[in-house]
Design a protein around this ligand. Structure first.
Ligand SMILES: NC(=O)C1=CN([C@@H]2O[C@H](COP(=O)(O)OP(=O)(O)OC[C@H]3O[C@@H](n4cnc5c(N)ncnc54)[C@H](O)[C@@H]3O)[C@@H](O)[C@H]2O)C=CC1
Ligand SMILES: O=C(O)[C@H]1O[C@H](OP(=O)(O)OP(=O)(O)OC[C@H]2O[C@@H](n3ccc(=O)[nH]c3=O)[C@H](O)[C@@H]2O)[C@H](O)[C@@H](O)[C@@H]1O
Length: 464
């Protein structure tokens, strides 16, 4: 079966880049990305391709090539579903904030709404692809809704989790370590659906990297991959605290253990704590699933990854307070970076939010610079915590687009995102314009200690 029309529901960090690359690599397939968020769709359609809603290196070029040719962005969800042979569901699956499983389980209401809409609109057979990260066995619920509320057409459900990381999304999509496709490979129709999706990716991904499994393995592999990755960060962060007490240096330790080919060197960078929309949400979801099967030791094991991460963010912030003679009340603290990692404008669960909140609770005055995050986003992130009134946040936090202005007259600077430009700044000038003693807290192991100490900074880096 050849796919001619693809619809993707959800024009976010996954739907947008993934579909742009599919469209670029498969010029004979029409790809329509739909979303209920009109502002987001308008931004994807902005004449100036630099204004697309997601900042990802290399993405504007891909969008420029395919948009209007065979890549379309629209708010007409029904029309795109109707036309498609294959529908990707790429909507958000946040942690539930209410009811059973509050604070742990994935909220599947957006997924269910999509399923009901697909069932209502479809008049021809469709392949429905789970692109969102979902709890294991969600495909069963999807199938149930589609078959019981549909118009008698045949639905095949595939799981095709996405492994791209933000900031490197285009490279990850162009040259993935693997593409995972779960389907009902024991039935003829299931096999046909799997083959159809394999053929889409085979336009640019070698067949040897396209892995097919049963649906449940595919769904669970995605949660497992994120849990393992986050676990490595929490493991090295646990060591960072021990390094600070013992005179060991976490960068040296990471290098020494990472050279063991069984361990490997990636994802061993100590930091102020991992952020991003997925690690925490997916591990909490895993913990919830394990608990729901009565697997309490399994649940506790993975929950510790989150506990360690929360500890790391808190301990970084509390170290700022204790270093500044146990009070930051009324003191200006400059935060360099707000995004959860470099090369993205995404701030979801960014460690910076929690560090800022901690310092605001200690009555600090916060000034923030991030090269890609807008002021309104920073305030929205703080307001969402409900720690204080919106007026109070605006009174005590200032966002500027000049890093030197942000650091002027500050008592301390905290580096919270590893943007390359922070390495190149004129640290001598920054030091001169600060209050003394001038404290510099590196939450990313980005800056060189020796040169900063020579300038005169009281320098603290996580893990040494
Ligand atoms: N952000 C990332 O790097 C990765 C995310 N994922 C997973 O992919 C999924 C999507 O994540 P993001 O793209 O980051 O989310 P996002 O929040 O950026 O995008 C989701 C979009 O879906 C839209 N939407 C929700 N319900 C809709 C409906 N009924 N009809 C039409 N549009 C609807 C929203 O308006 C939003 O624009 C999540 O399950 C996430 O866990 C997986 C791998 C990487
Ligand atoms: O499911 C998802 O959403 C995605 O989650 C992560 O991707 P992402 O969150 O975009 O970015 P990462 O590079 O994994 O970084 C996550 C966080 O961990 C931190 N991190 C990462 C690596 C490291 O060594 N140290 C460290 O502190 C980063 O600074 C960042 O805050 C995974 O890497 C992707 O494979 C996955 O598809």
């Amino acid at each position: 079966m050849r796919i001619r029309n693809i619809c993707c529901i959800g024009a976010g960090y996954v739907g947008g880049p993934t579909m742009a690359v599919i469209a670029q690599k498969c010029p004979e397939i029409d790809v329509t990305v739909v979303d209920i968020n009109e502002k987001r769709i308008a931004a994807w359609n902005d004449k100036n391709v630099e204004n697309i809603p997601i900042y990802e290196p290399g993405l504007p070029e891909v969008v420029q090539e395919a948009r209007g040719r065979n890549l379309f962005f629209s708010t007409d969800v029904d029309a795109a579903i109707d036309k498609a042979d294959m529908i990707f569901i790429s909507v958000n699956t946040p942690t539930k904030t209410y009811g059973i499983g509050k604070g742990m389980a994935a909220d599947l209401k957006y997924i269910e709404l999509c399923a009901r809409q697909i069932a209502r609109v479809s008049k021809t057979d469709k392949i429905v692809v789970e692109k969102s990260t979902l709890p294991v066995r969600t495909a069963e619920a999807l199938k149930n809704i589609l078959d019981n509320t549909g118009n008698g057409v045949n639905f095949q459900i595939l799981s095709n989790p996405e492994f791209l990381a933000e900031g490197t999304a285009v490279d990850d999509l162009m040259d993935p370590d693997r593409v995972l496709i779960g389907g009902d490979i024991d039935s003829a129709k299931g096999k046909e659906a799997v083959d159809a999706l394999v053929n889409v990716y085979a336009h640019w991904v070698p067949k040897s990297k396209i892995l097919t499994t049963n649906v449940w393995s595919s769904e669970l592999s995605k949660l497992t991959a994120n849990a393992f990755l986050a676990q490595r960060v929490s493991s090295i962060n646990a060591m960072s605290e021990l390094c600070e007490k013992t005179g060991a240096d976490v960068t040296e330790v990471a290098k020494a253990v990472g050279m063991d080919s069984r361990i490997g060197s990636k994802f061993l960078k100590s930091s102020v704590g991992f952020g991003g929309s997925c690690f925490q949400k997916d591990i909490l979801n895993l913990v919830y699933i394990a608990k729901s099967f009565g697997l309490h030791e399994v649940a506790d094991y993975w929950e510790q990854v989150i506990i360690m991460n929360d500890h790391q963010k808190r301990r970084f912030a509390s170290n700022i307070v204790s270093s500044l003679f146990n009070t930051v009340s009324g003191k200006k603290i400059a935060l360099l970076g707000w995004a959860f990692k470099k090369d993205t404008n995404d701030t979801r669960e960014s460690a910076a939010i929690y560090v800022a909140d901690y310092l605001l609770n200690e009555q600090a005055e916060i000034v923030v610079y991030d090269p890609k995050v807008k002021e309104e986003q920073i305030f929205a992130d703080l307001d969402n915590l409900n720690s204080r009134s919106e007026e109070e946040n605006r009174k005590r936090v200032t966002v500027l687009n000049d890093p030197y202005e942000v650091c002027r007259d500050a008592h301390a600077i905290a580096v919270l995102t590893e943007w390359d430009e922070f390495k190149e700044m004129d640290w001598g000038k920054i030091y001169k314009d600060m209050l003394k003693p001038a404290f510099l807290f590196d939450g990313r192991r980005l800056l060189e200690r020796k040169t900063k100490e020579e300038i005169g900074f009281e320098f603290y880096a996580i893990g040494s």
